[in-house]
Design a binder for this molecule. Sequence first.
Ligand code: BJ2
Ligand code: ZN
Length: 668
Amino acid sequence: MLVLWLCLLYGAAADPQHTPDHVRTESEQLEEDARNFLHELDVKGSEECTVATMTSWNYASDITEKHKKEKAAAELKYAEWEKEAWERVRKWNGKWETLSDPYLKRQFKFMSILGTAALPKHDLEKYNNLVTEMSTVYSTAKICDYKNPRSCKLELEPDLTKILRTSRDYDELEHVWKMWRYNTGRRIRDHYKLFVRLANKAAKLNGFDNMGDMWLYPYESDTFRDDLAELWQQLNPLYQQLHAYVRRKLRQKYGEHYVTRRGPIPAHLLGNMWAQNWGHIYDLAIPFPHKASLDVTPQMVSKGYTPRRMFELSEEFFVSLNLTRMPPEFWQHSIIEKPQGRDLVCHASAWDFCNAKDFRIKQCTEVTMNDLITVHHEMGHVEYFLQYQNLPKAFRDGANPGFHEAVGDVLALSVSTPKHLLKIGLLNEVQDDPEADINFLLSMALSKITFLPFGYLIDLWRWDVFSGKTLENDWNCAWWDLRYKLQGIKPPVQRSEYDFDPGAKYHIPGNTPYIRYFVSFVVQFQFHKALCIKAGEYDPLDPSKPLHKCDIDHSTEAGNALGDMLQLGSSKEWPEALEILTGTRKMDASVIREYFKPLELWLAKDNERHGEFIGWETDEILCTSEVVKKTAKSEEGVAASDGVVVGGGSAPGSLLLIFFTLLHFVQF
Ligand code: BJ2
Ligand code: ZN
């Protein structure tokens, strides 16, 4: 009898056709229960998400105490729901792993990570309030005018951004650079200390070592950090050539006293508050000034462009690829111009309200070419939202966060080509010769190549902060170490540990991971290449069709291929999504190198011709953890960084050190 029973069992396992009825029904039943269960959570989760997102939007678009309270309450309520859902998911442990449908299994996998909602309520409340507070300090900061010190209403957008973009006055730029950090980073430092502790507590509750590790979870890779390091190694030689070239151009402009031959570049001279994108010094760096400039900002202004027109132009590009139009709600509720008379978070962002109909952008758009690119960037997010809107909530995300960042940028690679700018009337003619080509590639490199070390270092810094490898007392100097080593830049004035310069960049107070942008800047060129092949605009064997001249405008083949990938959301691991579009499963820096090849060759020659030193060195101390003497001037007008370093080990030095430390605390 026993033998017969075993034989039956063996037969059932070996031959699914002869599975006993009750076994099959059980697994089918489990599958069905799982599907229903997930659906129920999905519907409720989406509704809860809509409410929470709405209060966030209300606050970010109109910073008031009332909105702050509503947001805080909604965040707690949403976290309660997340925890409840997670606890119900947990009851499926041991069962969901046996499901045969990978689509269901993957939802369970994602829903098994609770996130910060794992914190006890009082910690979570504190954590949320800290992030809100830090973002608010950042978003409401104002500084005094350099030329008119009694006017203290300058805001990052548009005032400071414009000064960085247009001023060539070394001292004015230094003032703005310093004061922005004085009024943001410094005021955020103490908050950030508490924030890091709570973030790590949350990460540990989720089974991670620290928050840096938890942030890498969506990349589903054990070799991710090493892969990124390797990508950077491949790209660094190109960056160094560009750096040496730009340093020479800045030396010509500002003189050797300010921009030395072999030193790092002063960070405030690069056209951008964080030196992350050097596009705005194109006029200083243009290789062939007698040939057309590719910055079409003047044409946009003279043609009467408005933010609305910039958004419509971007939408038309998506539609030309057979991608989806923005829904009417988008146009009704988006904020595309800076509203007057209220504080708001001006930093551009794209919003998915989790209800498959409300999608918005908030951007204090200025009529510049740079903002036109940002419009495309944000529209890319919304297009992704639209493409995956019918997936379950767990999959309504990018294949990885870098993919989400890359969509709009890929389109912008086409929009920025001279050929396309001519098509839309922003250029009058296209000069098709090697010099014009180099002018174009340099303009692209100033925003794409210069960003790479910046995009990489922000989270290199945060990972070490979260892991505790960088101690609190070294936070700012560790930051400058990375800025120096990777970007080859230096602060215009010495920094100290009273400063907190990472806090002067939106994503630090805003708590947005940043490595996604580095990933995006690599994969967007891979996407571009694949789409250009589909559009018949790129042929590696045809020198008349190089990658950098490709414009995928109106190619439904390209658009459909992109759309297919976007529709997957995060339902498949990203290497698979990448493979479907590009034929490869790996991030690959060689495509950027290929795109910029003619420029790289030209830069190497030009630098050699001028005997430029490639790389940088300095004996200056860029940042000190020792105490910094404050000037006697009033705190509001003058940054403490005007001070000098004192101390250094000797007894009188140490006494001075204590004295100035005390002075510091008295003043703050
Ligand atoms: C201008 C852009 C972000 C973005 C905003 C703020 C933080 C997240 C979102 C998300 C999108 C999503 C930005 C652009 C290139 C480099 C970087 C920078 N703003 N975010 N909701 N950029 O990525 O759009 O909109 O994934 O849902 O910060 O440093 O300027
Ligand atoms: Zn983005």
